[in-house]
Ligand binder design. Sequence first.
Ligand code: NAD
Length: 327
Amino acid sequence: MDTAFAGSWEHAVVTGGAGFVGSHLCTALLDSGTAVTCVDDFSTGRRENISGLLGRPGFTLVEANVSEPFDVDGTPDLVLHFASPASPADYLRLPLHTLETGSLGTRHALALAHRAGARFLLASTSEVYGDPQQHPQNERYWGNVNPVGPRSVYDEAKRFGEALTTAEAEVHGTDAGIVRLFNTYGPRMRGHDGRAVPTFVRQALEGEPLTVTGDGRQTRSLCYIDDTVRGILAAAAHGLRGPVNIGNPTEITMLELARLVIELTGSHSQIRFIERPTDDPAVRCPDITLARDKLQWEPRVSPEEGLRRTIAWFRDQARGDRTPSGS
Ligand code: NAD
């Protein structure tokens, strides 16, 4: 990870900092000289994700549910609000927690940024586009979301979070931006979190069949974690208001992804087709023109390279190497 943001901030708060994306953000910020307060309730995060950070100067852990009012020591100049269950398995298991984190949690994180006069960045998602009728999706597209479907607890919580962030910027003048992350993958994902990459990699390494939903022709665009973190920090540093897509426009079908994982792991696993979940989007691909123009950001890591690094990390984990630093 480059440290192009060195010196940009003195003190950042990362809610959800013990999660997959959040822990990589904490590491990148600390590496660039920013003190970091991680606020997490460990509802879906893991202690081992931040165990390597706990002894580092400048790193503080606050164990709290952001749906309740919370505070941190000091005066942060950046608040990155990343707390939220993110994998379908998690938010379907935690529907009310997900809605509360996206609404009350966002309110409290915004209040902290307002009190401190900090820059605020909301982690939103490509899920705000739902099952999109426009392809690829740019930031001006309003989406096609079922407000009462099983995924709505996540999609609508994020849409509400975006509305709240926009209103706070209007009412209080908070310097607030929104990153709409598309599927991100890499080390520190949980093999059982239900998302395609960790599921396929775990299944391939364990010699189990790779479970592809539907006919496998649905597409996703997968962004390697280092690229995503660079994009998030570029959006934080730029001061851009309003949403910006951060994702990799290289689109891949789930069947192609399964075959690629089998090839790169050298596994003898077969592919098994299983039922497709309700409201599962058929296509997903970001238009990243805005990020390219405003942030001079685009992904650098190819799917093959990102998957190789991810597979290597999962192999280390299986061997019992619990070092969480991989990326
Ligand atoms: P994750 O589940 O690994 O991390 C989420 C973290 O938030 C966990 O550490 C969890 O314990 C914490 N958390 C959840 N609810 C909380 C609460 N009420 N109070 C305090 N902490 C809480 O998920 P992730 O993949 O790292 O996603 C992080 C953020 O990025 C989420 O906001 C998610 O919506 C967004 N995002 C991720 C992706 C992706 O592909 N990973 C894509 C789009 C958006």
